[in-house]
Design a protein around this ligand. Structure first.
Ligand SMILES: Nc1ncnc2c1ncn2[C@@H]1O[C@H](COP(=O)(O)OP(=O)(O)OP(=O)(O)O)[C@@H](O)[C@H]1O
Ligand SMILES: [Zn+2]
Ligand SMILES: [Zn+2]
Length: 870
């Protein structure tokens, strides 16, 4: 047999499987998804097996054998390997990049696995575990206690399948240590004696000598659950030496076991019970439950206003999914993954919840990942990459706040977790629930396409969009015919829309007031607080209620400017302004890290009127302290939340009412649920409105709606004050009226007119190099080649056909940031619609303009469905 291996060299030239012979002693151990070391170009490189075949494509004599097997239990399953292939094709990235994104970063070195009999297997309940105790390898393990898998592989060739099955069924416990990288923590653990009856008899007859040792033995007989040695010593008020003494007498046993890092250990989550659902929740839940029971892949767009109780629906859908012995994945935007959020899932499902996010250490993340892979967790809650949680039978994938741009990864593989989730759900016959109070236009369009005549709510009807995300095609996997007639047929084309237009318990959405800041200025108010917001804050202070203040920081000035000559400080390596950091009085570049001391005088005209605009939140904080002496403010922004756990700390403090105001950037807008918050103030709503981004209005609307949703979620009614210089802008007015559909209607008009998603799809290619001339000429070569290929494939431009299928290649033009890290940047934008195979055409074009080494002369980075166009 031979293995097809993708080597870990992320380049287009090596982006194909290479064949290797499987040495006889690795037969059965090497599988699709195994990590191996293979000889490649004179070195041994790490790689993933993506296929097993009887014969090689190349001459058998030239075939080299796999050098080593890096883990005995493959870190990836075949379905994840298949998913990686899909990602590679869709996002134009090397397959190895996609594969590497699926495994925890801790898993890079060689893993050494040790197996032993599990407690269950020891209880001789072998029948239930489908164990054949006569197997020689089983006898061997029983005899030796702990055995390295590598050793079993050597001694019992051919037993791979049996041993792996035993691990999967829980008859063998696998413990992994990763050489040179990260040691699994070991801890000494006390177990009850192997022959309790004998010990009991012995204790009964014992003299009072070694009373403490006897006490330890009795304790373990009465409480046979294994306990850490140190913990037992503390419990009994004994020394560990005493307990070791008891072990020497055979009264109990002490073994090393793996200590799993549980980042939430000891937090004691309060158990919650399912709430009786409201009518609105019940309708939605009913649809989800039916789809879950059908086990056919479908996508739902749950459009529920803020505070409509989406989370409770998620929880009950998960419970339903678990009942069918399938697992659930919940994706949450990184910054919304607060303890409050985690608590809600841990509170309902306890220890079977694994949490994955970037604030965990790599060891913690690895342990949570293994908890999933080994079946000790059934629910994974995490940020973007949790979509790759290695469950065997995924039944449900929930994406909360599905409109969040953080679901798109900005570095390669530049995947969108929403689209990956839909694909993964297809593989598993799972359902996807996209939840939001402000669905992305792409998802909304996809859902509307499938809605047909059955208008359940007064939504806009964006006919003529592309159905951006291809959410459809249920149940291909199970091969069952459609059962539900029309509705399934409709679902084939997109997501089903599930509206929840009301808040729980008939609570009203908060009243939103707009304040025109131009009038404030005319009225002589130069402060950043309007009279109305000032008044409202005072009131909250008097009543002891809390306020949330949002500073929309996207595009907010944190730069340095000379008031005399207009000089602004620029990065010498990138064509953008430097950012001022008040704490260190330094100027920094966000793109390359360049830092310099802030100047005392203007470097250009020597004037002293040079002004530093600190991070906006600092200025607001200072002003608050001035206007409201004694006010207690918690400030949350990038500067105050870099430390691990700080995010949690601030929110807990605010929840305990240790502060009057929570002031922050975007991160205060998401998912928070505090009963005493009755006022939300937005300092400047429009800073994000005029950014060079076709989603600027959409993002502004979403942010305002989300933050307004933080007020009045419980008994106390809420009020929102939005300060703006553009009170007539539709994004702001729609947010004021909580009117999603008015916003969508207006926004779709603009998108259609400008030919932007969801009316077409985009691929952005950014070319960069130190030499400007080369970037330009290579960009022109690429664009020309692409146009030729498109023409040859019979795909026309948008101005030629009826517009249902087209491809336009725009550029090359200078990127919005034309130079970064001393490299010049140009971009080509591909706009297309219908099935054009645009990604495939681009791949071909790149290889056509590449040199003999398989690489283009300048760096070409491809972003499919880009969220940011810089
Ligand atoms: N069926 C119910 N009965 C009583 N209270 C409920 C019910 N469902 C949800 N709630 C409560 O209503 C509040 C709002 O619910 P939740 O946070 O789930 O809303 P949401 O739709 O997720 O809001 P957002 O999008 O703003 O985060 C919570 O305090 C929740 O405990
Ligand atoms: Zn100057
Ligand atoms: Zn720079």
């Amino acid at each position: 047999m031979i293995a097809r291996v993708i080597v870990d060299v992320p380049s287009r030239a090596t982006d194909r499987p290479f064949d290797y012979a499987i040495p006889a002693d690795m037969e059965g151990w090497v599988e699709v998804g195994s990590r191996v070391g293979v000889p490649f170009g004179g070195r041994v490189l790490q790689g993933f097996v993506v296929g097993i075949a009887p014969f090689a494509d190349i001459d058998a004599k030239r075939l080299k054998p796999i050098a080593e097997l890096l883990d005995h239990i493959p870190p990836l399953s075949p379905d994840l390997v298949e998913l990686a292939q899909w990602i590679g094709d869709k996002y134009c990235c090397p397959l190895t990049t996609a594969l590497q994104a699926m495994i925890p970063s801790a898993l890079k070195g060689k893993a050494d696995s040790v197996v032993s009999l599990s407690e269950d297997a020891k209880e001789e309940d072998a029948g239930q575990l489908q164990l054949d105790v006569a197997e020689p390898w089983f006898q061997y393990i029983r005899q030796h206690g702990e055995v390295r898998l590598a050793l079993l592989q050597e001694r019992f060739p051919g037993a791979a399948a049996g041993i792996k099955a035993a691990i999967r069924r829980g008859a063998l416990t696998e413990e992994v240590s990763i050489r040179d990288r990260l040691k699994v923590r070991k801890v000494l653990t006390v177990f009850p004696p192997d022959n309790p009856d004998a010990v009991r008899a012995e204790l009964a007859a014992a003299t009072p000598r070694a009373a403490k040792q006897q006490e330890a033995a009795r304790y373990m007989l009465a409480n046979p659950t294994p306990i850490a040695l140190a913990a037992l010593a503390q419990e009994l008020g004994a020394t560990t030496g005493t307990i070791r003494g008891a072990a020497e007498k055979g009264w109990l046993s002490i073994r090393e076991t793996e200590q799993r890092r549980d980042p939430y250990a000891g937090r004691g989550f309060k158990r919650t019970e399912p709430l009786p659902l409201t009518e609105g929740q019940q309708t939605v839940f009913g649809e989800l439950a039916e789809a879950l029971d059908n086990e056919a892949s479908r996508v739902f767009l749950l459009h529920g206003v803020t505070g409509s109780g989406k989370t409770e629906v998620y929880l009950q859908a998960i419970a339903r999914c678990l009942l069918a012995e399938r697992q659930a994945i919940v994706l949450v935007p990184e910054i919304a993954l607060t303890p409050q959020m985690v608590e809600r899932f841990k509170g309902r499902f306890g220890d079977s919840v694994a949490v994955l996010h970037s604030r965990l250490s790599s060891g913690e993340r690895y342990d949570e990942w293994r908890k999933i892979r080994e079946g000790r967790a059934e629910v994974a809650v995490g940020a973007r990459s949790a979509v790759f949680a290695p469950f065997r039978r995924v039944g449900l994938i929930i994406i909360d706040e599905e409109h969040e741009s953080s679901y798109k990864q900005e570095e390669s593989p530049k995947y969108h977790a929403r689209d990956v989730a839909v694909q993964r759900a297809r593989q598993h016959g799972a359902i996807v629930v996209l939840g939001s109070a402000t669905p992305s236009l792409e998802s909304f369009a996809a859902a509307s396409a499938s809605r047909g005549q059955a208008d359940r709510a007064a939504y806009a009807s964006p006919s003529g969009h592309t159905g951006q995300t291809d959410y459809g095609s249920p149940a291909v996997r199970t091969g069952q015919p459609d059962q539900a007639g029309d509705r399934s047929a409709a679902a084939k084309r997109g997501a089903a829309l599930l509206p929840m237009p009301d808040r729980v318990a008939g609570r009203p959405l908060p009243k939103v007031h707009l304040v025109d800041m131009r009038d404030e200025l005319k009225g002589g108010n130069r402060s950043m607080f309007s009279r109305q917001l000032h008044e409202a804050l005072l009131q909250r202070l008097e009543r002891g209620e809390q306020s949330v203040l949002l500073l929309n920081r996207r595009g907010y000035s944190t730069f340095v400017m000379c008031r005399s000559c207009g000089y602004t400080a620029q990065c010498p390596h990138c064509d953008i302004s430097l950012t001022y950091h008040q704490k260190s009085r330094a100027l920094r570049c966000h793109y390359c890290g360049h830092a310099e001391q802030a100047p005392e005088k203007c470097p250009s005209c020597e004037s002293e009127h040079i002004r530093f605009f600190g991070t906006g939140t600092q200025r607001v904080e200072e002003e608050l302290a001035k206007l409201f002496p004694g006010i207690r403010v918690i400030r949350m922004d990038v500067d105050t939340t870099t430390e691990k756990g700080s995010h949690e700390k601030w929110l807990t403090m605010f929840g305990e009412r240790q502060a009057d105001v929570l002031l922050g950037t975007q991160m205060v807008a998401k998912g928070l649920d505090f009963p005493y918050v009755t006022l939300v103030g937005v300092i400047a709503a429009d800073t994000s409105l005029h950014l060079p981004d076709f989603r600027a209005a959409e993002k502004t609307f979403q942010l305002l709606t989300q933050v307004a949703g933080r007020a009045g979620r419980h008994e106390l009614p809420g009020e929102v004050i939005v300060q703006t210089y553009n009170p007539e802008h539709y994004a702001i007015i729609s947010a004021q009226h909580h009117d999603y559909s008015a916003f969508v209607q207006e926004e779709l008009k603009h998108r259609r007119f400008m030919a932007y998603p969801p009316f077409c799809r985009l691929i952005l290619v950014t070319l960069s190099h130190e030499q400007l001339a080369l970037v330009v000429s290579e960009g022109e070569k690429l664009a020309a080649t692409l146009r030729d290929l498109a023409r040859a494939a019979g795909i026309r431009g948008s101005d030629e056909g009826d517009g249902s299928r087209f491809i336009d290649i725009l550029g090359p033009v200078a990127s919005p940031i034309p130079r970064m890290k001393d490299r010049y940047r140009f971009q080509c934008m591909i706009k297309y619609r219908g099935s054009t195979g645009a990604a495939e055409l681009l791949k071909q074009a790149i290889s056509l303009v590449s040199g003999s080494n398989g690489q283009p002369a300048v760096t070409m980075s491809v972003d499919v469905d880009p969220q940011v166009i810089l």
